[in-house]
Design a protein around this ligand. Sequence first.
Ligand code: UDP
Length: 535
Amino acid sequence: QSQEFSQVRIDYHGALLALQEHGTRMVCTGKMHTDRICRFDYLCYCTEAEEFVFFHSNASVMLPNLGPRRFQPALLDLSSVEDHNTQYFNFLELPAAALKFMPKPVFVPDVTLILNRFNPDNLMHIFHDDLLPIYYTMQQYSDLDDEARLVFMEGWGEGAHFDLYRLLSSKQPLLKEQLKTFGKLMCFTKSYVGLSKMTTWYQYGFVQPQGPKANILISGNEIHQFASFLMERLNVTQEEGDDYIVVFKRTTNRLILNEAELLLSLAQEFQMRTVTVSLEEQSFDSIIQIISGATMLVSMHGAQMISSMFLPRGAAVVELFPYAINPEQYTPYKTLASLPGMDLQYVAWRNTMEENTVTYPDRHWDQGGIIHLEKEEQERILASKEVPRHLCCRNPEWLFRIYQDTTVDIASFLDILRETLKKPNLKKAKVASTVHPGRVREPKCQTSVQATNEAKLSVSWQIPWNLKYLKVKEVKYEVWIQEQGENTYMPYILPHQNYTFSENIKPFTTYLVWVRCIFNKNLLGPFADVLICKT
Ligand code: UDP
């Protein structure tokens, strides 16, 4: 293994001199530890102490130079999960002169991205917390290219889907455990530490009950492009041909007990072929292949549903929830499907019939067992009809309910599909435009006074500059009129480029007028500079 960065590829003596003379250099982006990514020259890692080391010399740079605030609580988050206290990054400091007394460093010549995976045994976490953030962090820094080296510092083994991480670069990713095999002191010639959180859409409930992130910055476009990248790397091409429905089943827990009946009813209702897949029976690659051509994906709530990102535009996602679980409170897959530009239809079905659920009170707590709890608490849970809102991750009532098996009531299941799904839309890749209008140009106002209690205000403007290059189905304008000094305004939606207002317009009054353009009802443009109009 230690042959891997054969030290011939770099001038070892030169690198050692550079480290001794220049020390470590760090420049970061981000104001807070939660939005920071740092780029380093000669960041080192001591495998015995399991600490990163910053070597100070006269030429060292440390930006931001936070002093002791570097420990409040950390320099940055190593994973994409925000401010999780097991995922903090920091380094120890040493004078470069100390190198004389230390083991000879091994230099890593590759440009390296250093990060923590959050939970590499769970597919949702793998995609949402690791793969997407890694992919788009690499897009952000051009030297993190296909030759980049990924280093995972969370300390886990490869995990069940390590092959997916391998797709992100041509170099084998390194695990923390493997670093030891290279020597006692490793120095990364060029490295980036931390991950972009720009792509994440869900928070898992560490400080408040789980739910969509407050400020989602990713759209379906970036998800689809990432999915295409992975499919290309996997040599998977979208399946063409007839329409079919995929039921993604779990085989060890949270089962659908009447799977055959469910498949039959789906086939009859939609007059389509149905297929089942499971992680136990197919490779993930072949599952992606199947899902990428599907018209509908049906599955119990669970990490396997992250595969819905490979569905074609227009397809439907149907998520099933066991008894006493409120779908509104567990929405990682609903949020994904509903991202603008994702172009998926989403339907949730929940089991409301207690006789159709099978519980497992005797199981281990992490599979939802409750017999370790006080008798009263067990009885309360068994009597409860809905799991109350709760924090992650060990709430026994939540685990008890989410690991139930379910007989799906076909009538209520089909009802909700009929209600929600727009049939003609199924798999029709109708990509909506996301081009926003520019500012309206040359806004003007003219006023006239008719009588002591009667005045007119005419506003006109030119179309936004980009409109003449676009085919837009519906162009409208929004005008806000505010009497100076008042804190409310009157909004108007107008079809043309001018309008004369006379209602509610008073003589000898100053009005502030804002105008903006709207494409297709919901694509809002910016307001033009405010007009000051005196009657
Ligand atoms: N898993 C699976 N089949 C099963 C149960 C779980 O493939 O019968 C997978 C699941 O997709 C996830 C991992 O095992 O990637 C962990 O599942 P868990 O139930 O812990 O998490 P959840 O699916 O609720 O996120």
